[in-house]
Design a protein around this ligand. Structure first.
Ligand code: PEP
Ligand code: MG
Length: 324
């Protein structure tokens, strides 16, 4: 099976009826770039920067972050690298008392933590901006729940750019800035977010837990964590439609992007790219190359009519079997 999948790895991710979707890699550092490149990932759709913070004792200084970001950017060559700003809290904790307090999934997490700790955030933004002089870098904010968080983060980004200009440091003046869509409120105001971002990426891991109110880490409610829940499918469709209407590129970087049955569905809904663990890329690409986008669109229309997620999963699995 692996040989079958791998024989297509250098080919583009194009459907039988000529629709393309770009398949990018989720990485946590340069150590994963050899594999991403070997799998012909079209860049990095999600660079989770938490690892750099968790591995370092205390907060890593700008130079340590710059080196880590630059290494990934250089390994990606011409391809884009979407660097996500610090997403601590929830399932990711730093051994620091600032984060220890109320770091639950609904607490002082991700962009909330960064906006509350400007010095830490600006150090990261400086390091990312400086790394942008070495390739195609984009910045992405996690856990955006409303437009004011986006604007506040952008304000800090512009003042950071100004400081770099004044000290003569090189960076990409036209760096693109995007947001994760992973909080239900962001999904509901997708038109507003799409109007003020260069790109969007759906974080289904969090979006599903917040939509269904099911903690990602609690085994007792794990059975309720259901990517095929009709509420999830409707929300995904609304986000993708909203982004497409605004002509804002829309990606999916949660775990479902690495599962062919959902990858086909997301293609049918109109996602422009998927970002996934590199090791899953061959199978997803193989599947994309064996389906028609028009069939995937029909599949979307069909499953949107179903009320039971077991039926939805059966239909998605049947679609995969028919294709392969
Ligand atoms: C997500 O929430 O889907 C996501 C990609 O981010 P993380 O898993 O790092 O929270
Ligand atoms: Mg997330």
């Amino acid at each position: 099976r692996d040989d079958t999948f791998n024989s297509f790895i250098a080919e583009p991710a194009v459907t039988l009826d000529g629709a393309s979707i770009s398949l990018m890699a989720n990485v946590e550092g340069a150590q994963e770039m050899d594999q991403a490149n070997a799998m012909h990932a079209e860049g990095v759709g999600l660079f989770r920067t938490e690892g750099i913070f968790l591995r370092h004792h205390g907060y890593p200084p700008e130079s340590v972050q710059y080196d880590a970001y630059r290494a990934v950017v250089e390994a990606a060559g011409e391809e884009p690298v979407i660097i996500r700003t610090l997403d601590v809290g929830g399932d990711k904790t730093i051994g620091d008392d600032k984060v220890k307090d109320d770091n639950s999934f609904m607490g002082f997490r991700a962009i909330r933590f960064c906006l509350g700790n400007e010095a830490i955030f600006k150090t990261q933004l400086r390091a990312i901006l400086r790394a942008s002089a070495h390739g195609n870098v984009k910045i992405m904010y996690p856990m955006i729940s409303g437009i004011s968080e986006l604007r506040m983060a952008n304000q800090l980004l512009s003042s950071t750019k100004q400081e770099l200009r004044e000290s003569g440091e090189a960076f990409d003046e036209n760096i693109q800035v995007g947001a994760m869509v992973e909080v239900p409120s962001a999904a509901v105001i997708i038109d507003l977010l799409a109007a003020e971002t260069d790109f969007l990426s759906i974080g289904t891991n969090d979006l599903i837990q917040y939509l269904i109110a099911v903690d990602r880490l609690n085994d007792q409610v794990a059975h309720l964590y259901d990517p095929a829940h009709p509420a999830v499918l409707r929300t995904l469709k609304a986000i993708i439609d909203g982004a497409n209407d605004a002509k804002t590129p829309i990606s999916v970087c949660g775990e479902i992007a690495g599962d062919p049955i959902y990858a086909g569905l997301l293609l049918g809904m109109g996602a422009d790219s998927l970002s996934l663990t590199s090791s899953l890329l061959p199978e997803v690409k193989y599947f994309i190359r064996h389906i028609k986008k028009s069939d995937a669109q029909e599949l979307v229309a069909e499953v949107m009519q179903l009320s039971d997620s077991n039926e939805i999963i059966q239909r998605l699995e049947a679609f995969r079997r028919e294709a392969l």
